[in-house]
Design a binder for this molecule. Structure first.
Ligand code: LFR
Length: 487
């Protein structure tokens, strides 16, 4: 029986999970977890990449103690962020975190040189101020010129473990630099930001074998013999592979620090309407596209929790929220002001005040405001997805850590007026391991993997219950979020 390890690193935590395929089922076991987060240095925000690498090695040592001597290994992380390395393979800067503010005005600046609509037409990626396109544009040009290679975070981690240089496709698409037609980095955009094609590696498909972890690392740290497999290294791409959708068209919500809501398509949709609603076509494994939208997600509640004087667990916040009358305080969760505010509590309060609403004061009121607003944003996004795709959406799969928030799952079902199918929680690690299993010939393809997933992991179904005065609440929310379908 083959053992596969997923190194799955998110913005707030990383984990190592071992997966095996036995009797038609996938078994997952998390055996190592560590906290992650961005760190401030002189007003800029960075990831502590050396700490992350140490934690991966510590996790692999733990794997050996668990009795794993041999395995395959795949790595996924968030998208867009990059390391610059010199010709000797040394990193020449700390890795900026995407919430760093240096890109705040980059979209406005680029717009003066090239129309955003033209960029969208050929790239098909939603405009987010932190996409690599804008980060590189805002990067110190001299430093950028010194870079022999630009590696996205998981590419860099593969490099550190093995010496292999790759530019994995699913994550590369989050740069907003891949051309939908040529399926290559777009020369014109590269020129616009002062980067050469050679600074990126050749694009690599998920599924490719990348060779072993360096012998020196294995010996020094006494870790298992690991064969690296290039997985869908963008965490969202992995998470979507782990969605147990059975229907031809299923909608998903990958619920973690971000809420990524969308559908899986075989073709990109990059037209006027998808441009004006800012939908993305991120490249998926096995020739798919993730047509989705980024919604600010659980980051809002994570940050509120961090700011509150009293210590609350997430479960405590849910309990407090349940005591509060719903839909009294609404925010547009996707407003830029929530991307990296100094103090999320004050930011939420300020938003409510300036939009003429009463202001949430207690932990319960703040949590209620966030959960209500997220559920309403999910409803709005589902309506947009159905319209842009020209097919109805009958249910919603929720995967990721957010599955544990039963209140939000039920609220989503109620507000969106459709059943929510929740689980699995660890869909990202699962998707990572699914690619490894497909490459090793244990599972035939993504469709079979979804079938196996359905048989392997429990799900919870939340049926929608009527919401008092829903129409009025939706109207109010739509006004707040400037337009939309149900205006
Ligand atoms: C989720 C995610 C999103 C991406 C954001 C920044 O972890 O990867 O898909 O938009 O992080 O990279």
């Amino acid at each position: 029986m083959k053992k596969h390890i997923a190194v799955d690193i998110g913005a707030s935590s990383g984990r190592l999970v071992v997966g095996t395929y036995e009797n038609g089922k996938i078994l997952l076991k998390e055996f190592y977890r560590f906290p992650n987060g961005i760190e401030e240095q002189n007003g800029n925000y960075f990831w502590n990449i050396e700490k992350i690498i140490n934690e991966i090695v510590n996790g692999l040592k733990a794997a050996k103690k668990e009795g794993i001597d041999e395995c395959t290994l795949g790595i996924d992380t968030w998208g867009v962020d990059y390391a610059l390395i010199d010709v000797d393979g040394n990193r020449i800067q700390e890795i900026y975190a995407y919430r760093d503010e240096r890109t705040k005005t980059a979209i406005e600046k680029i717009k003066k040189q090239k129309s955003l609509k033209d960029i969208y037409k050929k790239i098909g990626i939603q405009f987010l101020s932190f996409n690599t396109l804008f980060q590189l544009y805002a990067h110190d040009q001299e430093e950028l010129m010194k870079a022999h290679k630009i590696l996205l975070v998981p590419d860099y981690l593969y490099y550190r473990l093995s010496g292999r240089l790759i530019s994995e496709k699913t994550n590369a698409s989050t740069t907003q630099l891949l051309n939908l037609e040529t399926k290559e980095y777009d020369e014109e955009l590269l020129q616009l930001i002062g980067v050469k094609r050679e600074q990126f590696e050749t694009l690599t498909e998920p599924g490719e074998f990348l060779g072993p972890v360096r012998e020196s690392i294995i010996k020094e740290h006494d870790i298992p013999q690991c064969e690296l497999i290039c997985v869908a290294t963008h965490d969202t791409a992995s998470a979507v592979l782990g969605v147990p959708g059975a229907e031809k068209h299923f909608a998903y919500l990958c619920s973690g620090t971000w809420s990524l809501m969308g559908v899986e398509n075989r073709y990109p949709i990059a037209n006027e309407q998808s441009y004006s609603m800012n939908y993305t076509n991120e490249w998926g494994a096995y020739g798919t596209y993730r047509f989705l939208k980024n919604i600010m997600g659980l980051w809002l509640i994570q940050e509120v929790r961090r700011q509150l004087e009293k210590e609350y667990s997430f479960a405590d916040l849910v309990m407090e929220a349940k005591k509060i009358k719903p839909f009294q305080f609404l925010i547009d969760c996707n407003d830029e002001c929530f991307l990296k505010p100094e103090n999320m509590v004050l930011e939420v309060q300020h938003y409510c005040q300036k939009s003429g609403q009463s202001v949430p004061q207690t932990a319960g009121e703040l949590a209620r405001c966030i959960f209500d607003s997220l559920a309403l944003m999910y409803r709005k996004t589902l309506k947009e997805l159905a319209l842009l795709n020209e097919y109805p959406i009958h249910s919603l799969h929720v995967v990721g850590g957010g599955v544990q928030n039963e209140m939000l799952c039920q609220l989503t079902a109620d507000v969106a007026e459709l059943p929510v199918i929740a689980g699995p929680i660890e869909s990202t690690a699962l998707g990572n391991i699914i690619v490894q299993m497909i490459s090793c010939g244990e599972i035939a393809d993504a469709a079979e993997a979804r079938k196996v997933t359905r048989e392997s992991f429990p799900i919870t179904i939340y049926q929608p219950a009527p919401v008092h005065q829903l129409e009025r609440i939706v109207k109010q929310f739509i006004q707040l979020t400037s337009g939309g379908l149900e205006r």
